[in-house]
Design a binder for this molecule. Sequence first.
Ligand code: NAD
Ligand code: IPM
Ligand code: MN
Length: 355
Amino acid sequence: MSQRIAVLPGDGIGTEVTREAVALLELVAARRSLDLDLWHLDLGADRFLRDGTTLPTAVFEEIRDTCDAILLGALGDPRVPSNDHARDILFGFRFGLDLYANVRPVRCLDDRLSPLKHHGAADIDLVVFRENTEGVYVNVGGQVRRGTPDEIAINEDINTRKGVERILRAAFEHAKLHGKKRVHMADKSNAMKHAHELWLRAFREVAREYPDIEPVHVYVDALCLYMVQDPSNIEVVVTNNLFGDIVTDLGAALQGGLGMAGSANLHPGRRCAMFEPVHGSAPPLAGKDLANPFAASLTVGMMLSHLGHPELETLIEHCVRDCVVALECTKDVGGALGTRAAAAALRARVAVRLG
Ligand code: NAD
Ligand code: IPM
Ligand code: MN
C-alpha cells in the first residue's frame, strides 16, 4: 500500500529547500522501491494573495484522513504583513491534527560547526520536546481600547494537566527508548507560579514512572546558559510551546545555524505527522540560491523514520555530515555552493550509499 505525503512548499526559501527535499525523497523512494504518493498543494502566500485561500477545511480533512505525513516549507512573506496565511496553515495542522510533540533534535554534525570554544560535535547531541498545542500560542486573549493611551493587550497562557502530562511523558518515553540518562524540564516556576507549578508537579509525578531516568528541573533562563556553557550533559529537554520555540533557535546555533536544524510535529501513536525545518522563510535569502537545504534534508530523514525507515534517517544524516566535512555545502556552514548544488552533492552521496 502506498504512503501518501502532502507537500506544501511554503514561501521564500521554504519553496527552494522543499523542492530539494522532494528531490531527495524521490531519489530514496526510487532506490528503495518505497511506494510514496506525493500530493503537491498550492497553498502559501502566493495562493493567499491570489484568492484569499489559506487552508480550506476540505483539504485539511482530506490530509487528516488520507495522509501519512505532511512536508511543509516555512511560511511567511513580506507581502502578507498580517502573517494570516502562515498562522492558518501552520497552526491549522499543529492544532487541527493535535500534533502535541514538536521534536527538534540539536545534533552538531561536525566540530567545525560548533560555535563553542570548548565544545565540539561530541558534546552537542540533545533533543527538545516542545509542547506544540497549548501555551500562549492558543490565541486566547484580546485587545481593549486599542490605539488609545489606555490600551490593554492580553495573550493568555493555557496549560492543561492533560497537555502538560502528555508532552512530559513523550520526552521520558523517548529517553527510555534511546537509553538516555536524564530529562531536563525547563520552566519559569519561580516567576509563573500558577502555570509552571503545574509543570513542575506533573514533571515530578511523571518522573516517578521512570526510575532509571534522572529528572532535572531547570529554569529556562539557566538552561540557555548551560546550553552555551556546556551542553554535554543535556540529552532530552522538555518545555512549553514558547520556550521551546526560543531554545530551539539557540539549539540551532549549536548545530551550525538554522540551516542545519530539522523538526517533526507528532502525535505519538497517530498516523499523520508533519515535518518542517526549524527555520523560517528568510526573505533576504529568497530567490538567490543561498539557502542551506540540509535542515530540510534532515527533516526528510525524520519523515522517513516516521514512515517506518529509521535506517534511512541515519543514512541521510551521515551523508549530510560527509557533505559538511567535505565543504560541499552552502555559505552559512562554510562552503561555497548554492542551494541546488549543495542539495545535488548530498543526493550524489545518498545515491552512493543506497547502492
Ligand atoms: P528565519 O529562520 O527565516 O531566519 C533567521 C536567520 O537564519 C536569518 O539570518 C536567515 O538568513 C537564517 N536562515 C534561516 N534559514 C536558513 C537556511 N536554510 N540557510 C541559511 N540561512 C538560514 O527567521 P525570521 O527571519 O525570524 O523569519 C522570517 C519569516 O519566516 C517570518 O515570516 C517568520 O514568521 C517565518 N517563520 C516561519 C516558520 C515556519 O513556517 N515553520 C518558522 C520560523 C519563521
Ligand atoms: C517555528 C516558528 C513558528 C513558531 C512561527 C512561524 C509561528 O518560529 O516553528 O519555530 O513560533 O512556532
Ligand atoms: Mn521558531
